[in-house]
Ligand binder design. Structure first.
Ligand SMILES: Cc1cc2nc3c(=O)[nH]c(=O)nc-3n(C[C@H](O)[C@H](O)[C@H](O)COP(=O)(O)OP(=O)(O)OC[C@H]3O[C@@H](n4cnc5c(N)ncnc54)[C@H](O)[C@@H]3O)c2cc1C
Length: 446
């Protein structure tokens, strides 16, 4: 028995529990995995902690930065000294800043599309995007269709495809233009979302992001139950019974803090209004994977390289230097394209990822001292990430039910946030918002 039961111990669920505890409520967090953190999961390569899921934070992500400071987790700047590399049309070139060195014509086209995109963002209200006068038009097409309607050049479309892969874990033809515009606006614009300095990749946590979740869980103690996948939520006369793999629990309110797609794994009794079920089926998670290679030293720094690179050839399509120090070990992080990477055997994944690193940073990259990869889309329980890749039609048909409470059930998770949706920051904000809603409801009832 608790005042509020929270389903999911990611940043959203744990933040909700923390906020409710602060408001004097008794909580219970039920997590299906044997660990907390959800899409924040820290592993180790070459003895260095590395984030297999969420890694970076940046300015204006005030909710997660405040939380990290409260629980004593420090950030370091992302390494960015020297030249960035781009492997484009078979050649490796260097550049500085976020936009790679392309021809003048290609650069003009990138700026034109960026300008058009930002103008559309202005017309999309983040809280209720379906009310925009151009909602139907935007939600009736994919990002790819919009780019083609704007006559975007091949290089611009390839760059936008890289953005779609790393942002939503999908190709531009899988994501609604309305979703793309709302998402970018919630992050404060394309520059804020894509930049390292001054943007979402500016800083990272030396000990990894999962440490923040672990510390939140430590404070909550026995109120967090692991291995407790929730299978059913029953609603009877103002009491909610949550049936999990670790037993049944009752509460006055429930916060479901799992990605919209995973709500479909929970049976509601009596059933929720049809729109909620349809929403869960039309809000799929994207698929993104990561590969890490550790070396004795960050040898690319000797050649004046930042370790940051872009590639139009997979599977490694973006890299970062996440080495702890100049003296070593050197650690390269590569985002890999799940479509071609995930189906490979572990040996083949290692071979192709290292070949990708070597094509950018030279032969020395093919002989690491350690290697690790992680495929979020191939997970058995709660698969997918980094976030939802919402297809055309979903926002205008089901968007209004994304976080509308129903009979004492409240909805959290980064996908429900209006600020930095899809990011750790959005997850924290969503948890605090849902906690406030549940608290208010219990106060009203009593
Ligand atoms: C590869 C990758 C890279 C990323 N990079 C960044 C980054 O650099 N910066 C950034 O800010 N964000 C990044 N993100 C996104 C970030 O990880 C997410 O936005 C954030 O972690 C979402 O938190 P959440 O609590 O909303 O959801 P989740 O973390 O998904 O938490 C939901 C929890 O619910 C549990 N669950 C699901 N179903 C049930 C059930 N039926 N019963 C019980 N438990 C259940 C899951 O196991 C999970 O623990 C990245 C994500 C990935 C995958």
């Amino acid at each position: 028995m608790a005042d509020v039961i929270i389903v999911g111990a990611g940043f959203a669920g744990l933040s909700a529990a923390r906020e409710l505890t602060r408001l004097g409520r008794d909580v219970l967090v039920l997590e299906g995995r044997e660990r907390v953190g959800g899409r924040s999961f820290t592993g180790e390569v070459g003895g260095v902690p590395v984030d297999l899921g969420a890694t970076f934070v940046g300015p204006t992500q005030d909710a997660v930065l405040a939380l990290a400071a409260e629980v004593g987790c420090d950030t370091v700047p992302t390494y960015g000294h020297g030249k960035n590399l781009i492997r484009w049309r078979g050649r490796v070139r260097s550049y500085r800043s976020t936009i790679p060195r392309l021809s003048i014509l290609e650069l003009v086209d990138v700026s034109r599309i960026q300008w058009r995109f930002e103008r559309i963002c202005r017309k999309v209200p983040v809280a209720d995007p379906w009310t925009s006068p151009i909602a139907g038009e935007l939600d009736g097409q994919s990002l790819e269709q919009w780019l083609r309607s704007m006559h975007a050049g091949a290089s611009t479309r390839d760059l936008m495809a890289i953005m779609a892969r790393v942002t939503w874990g999908c190709e531009p033809d899988a994501v609604s233009m309305l979703h793309a515009a709302r998402y970018v606006k919630a992050a404060g614009g394309l520059g804020r979302m894509l930049d390292v300095k001054g943007g979402a990749q500016q800083d990272r946590f030396l000990a990894g992001t999962q440490q923040i979740a672990r510390r939140m869980a430590e404070h909550l103690g026995e109120r967090v139950i692991l291995g407790a996948a929730v299978r059913r939520i029953e609603r009877r006369a103002g009491t909610l019974t949550v049936v999990s793999e670790r037993g049944e629990f009752t509460a006055g309110a429930v916060i479901v803090a799992v990605p919209p797609e995973h709500r479909d794994g929970i049976a509601f009794d009596p059933p929720l209004p049809g729109e909620y079920e349809e929403l869960a089926r039309h809000w799929p998670q994207g698929h993104l994977s990561k590969a890490y290679a550790a070396y004795e030293r960050p040898f690319w720094r000797d050649g004046g390289c930042s370790g940051e690179a872009l590639s139009d050839e997979g599977p490694v399509f973006i890299t970062f230097d996440v080495s702890p120090r100049d003296t070593g070990p050197g650690v390269l992080l590569g985002f890999t394209d799940a479509r071609t990477f995930d189906p490979l055997t572990p040996e083949k994944r290692r071979e192709t990822a290292l070949a990708g690193f070597a094509a950018l940073f030279g032969d020395a990259a093919s002989t690491p001292i350690d290697y690790l990869d992680y495929c979020w889309g191939a997970q058995e329980f709660a698969p997918g990430g980094p976030t939802a890749a919402v297809p055309p039609g979903s926002w205008t048909t089901y968007g209004r039910w994304l976080r509308a409470p129903v009979d004492g059930i409240f909805w959290a998770g980064t996908e429900t946030s209006d600020v930095w949706t899809g990011f750790l920051d959005g997850a924290v904000r969503s948890g605090v918002r849902a906690a406030g809603e549940a608290h208010q409801e219990l106060t009203r009832r009593s």
